[in-house]
Design a protein around this ligand. Structure first.
Ligand code: ADP
Length: 490
């Protein structure tokens, strides 16, 4: 647990863009410089040492040839050869041992091992003909052997090449290490300057890159505090895109909020009206003395009508709220639309008769469609009921059912009062009524068409309305025969 809690703050840094930008710039800015430096330095060391080995070997080969041509291995007192060996050893800050076939040191430029024997694997392998050189990086020296060769006729006359002696050379690579150190010191200065430059550039780049995001955030905060109406769409394209989307969402939320507020105020008003009427009626009865029974009866009838109205509004509201939910349960079954319409007309016939309105169903074909029977009945009843309600004495409501290969069409045509052109776009809005006072007389909540349209849309259908004031209205409802469920929301 302790480890996790210690790691957590570090991880949270990775959620900080400023930190990530600085980190990436440092990694990509400095790593190549560091890798390059170490590669160049190690290559330099390798080359410097191998050049030195080649030079030493070239000169030692010349000496070895001199030794093989003379009698030196038998008589190592040759001052000229010794002087040359000394000169070569001094020049390369090293030591040369001359070893004969018996592994005996016949000459040592340090004069320490003359007369001693060297029986090491390197020396033995070198006598077998393997060239040997070894560089010790840590101790800064090179050890190598150069063979002294005699060829045919010079030795035992066998015609073969023979190694009769060895020059065992060791020299220091301190000077190479010194120049490496001096280069490393200069590189360190360059590295420090580079680190500061990259750090500065990284912090600046982080600041510059994140500035538009900070501006966007400030603008969003100003919007949230109510200081701005919209978020400023400025800065790079990506940030402008975010601001644009935000503004679109905000505008949609505002429209939703406005309509919700309007809905709440409409609901409150609609629910209050019948209650106010009931209160007025009751108070006027209470304020009078010796009220005749007939007046009581009349007022109580009015109160009962207001109660009915209130309950209708509440019922409609509940229905609408039910259908407004995002996941409305659709109970889709094959429905005989002819029978469904006949049942509706049968139920509404007494109301039509009351106003002497002719209510007729024209079934042009038999239709069975996938539908939610309850919701479809509710929707179609609303259109037909409106046709009867907003009609004239002795008028008509003609309901026609027709179908093509993919949908069925119900037209509800009435000879009623009609709807003014300017109101046609609003009749499906909640609580909208063309003539409030008249509609009140007729009775209605202004929710019927909103509910009906919702139900039609849930069936993936459409509604069209044509109307002429004084002549009548025709609603055309089109619904697919096969129900296609909406794609599930993620
Ligand atoms: P309401 O409960 O008032 O009938 P609706 O939503 O059903 O509410 O209808 C909204 C308004 O549209 C009605 O108040 C009425 O003014 C108008 N309207 C609807 N249907 C018709 C029609 N067939 N003829 C004339 N006007 C209509």
């Amino acid at each position: 647990m302790a480890i996790i809690s210690r790691i957590k703050p570090k991880l949270s840094l990775l959620h900080n863009y400023q930190f990530i930008i600085v980190l990436l710039l440092i990694i990509f800015g400095l790593t190549p410089a560091f890798v390059l430096e170490s590669t160049i330095l190690s290559r330099y060391e390798e080359r410097a040492v191998s050049n030195r080995i080649v030079n030493v070997r070239t000169q030692a080969d010349i000496l070895a040839r001199g030794i093989s041509n003379s009698d030196y291995l038998k008589n190592p007192e040759d001052n000229v050869v010794n002087a040359q060996l000394q000169q070569l050893a001094t020049f390369y800050d090293g030591r040369i041992l001359v070893v004969n076939r018996d592994y005996r040191v016949v000459y040592d430029t340090y004069d320490k091992s003359t007369g001693k024997y060297i029986v090491s694997s390197d020396v033995m392998q070198s006598f077998q003909g393997t060239e040997y050189s070894y560089h010790s990086r840590s101790d800064r020296y090179v050890e190598m052997t150069v063979p002294v060769i005699v060829s045919a006729g010079q030795g035992d006359g066998s015609g073969n090449i023979r190694i009769v002696g060895l020059l065992v050379i060791s020299f220091s690579t301190q000077s190479v290490a010194d120049s490496m150190e001096s280069i490393q010191r200069s590189a360190l200065v360059v590295k420090i300057i580079l680190i500061f430059c990259v750090l500065g550039a990284a912090v600046l780049a982080g600041f510059m890159l994140l500035r538009p995001l900070r501006t966007l955030r400030r603008s969003m905060e100003a919007y949230n505090d109510g200081l701005e109406d919209v978020v400023a769409e400025t800065g790079p394209r990506e940030i402008r895109g975010i601001a644009e989307v935000f503004n679109r969402i905000a505008a949609r939320m505002k429209t939703l909020d406005d309509s919700r507020q309007e809905f709440v105020s409409n609901v409150s008003h609609e629910l209050k009206t019948p209650i106010t009427s009931m209160k007025v009626l009751a108070e006027s009865l209470l304020s009078q003395e010796d009220v005749p029974v007939e007046l009581y009866k009349e007022f109580m009838q009015d109160i009962a009508a207001e109660v009915d109205r209130e309950s209708t509004i509440i019922q409609d509201l509940l229905e609408m709220v039910r259908m407004d939910r995002t996941e409305v349960q659709m109970n889709i079954v094959p429905v005989n639309i002819n029978e469904l319409l006949e049942a509706i007309l049968k139920r509404l016939a007494p109301i039509a008769e009351k106003s002497s309105i002719e209510l007729v169903l024209y079934s042009r074909c038999q239709v069975v469609a996938d539908a939610d029977e309850v919701k479809l009945t509710l929707a179609l009843s609303n259109f037909i009921e409106n046709g009867i309600k907003y009609n004239k004495e002795n008028g008509y409501v003609h309901v026609t059912l027709d179908a093509d290969y993919k949908s069925f069409i119900v037209t509800v045509e009435d000879s009623g009062i009609g709807i003014p052109k300017e109101d046609l776009g609003q009749i499906f809005e909640r609580f909208f009524r063309v003539d409030k006072s008249h509609s009140r007389e007729i009775g209605g909540t202004g929710l019927g068409l909103a509910i009906a349209r919702n139900a039609i849309l849930l069936h993936r259908g459409s509604v069209q309305v044509d109307s002429e004031v004084g002549k009548g209205t025709t609603f055309t409802i089109q619904i697919p025969l096969t129900y296609v469920a909406p794609a599930p929301q993620k």
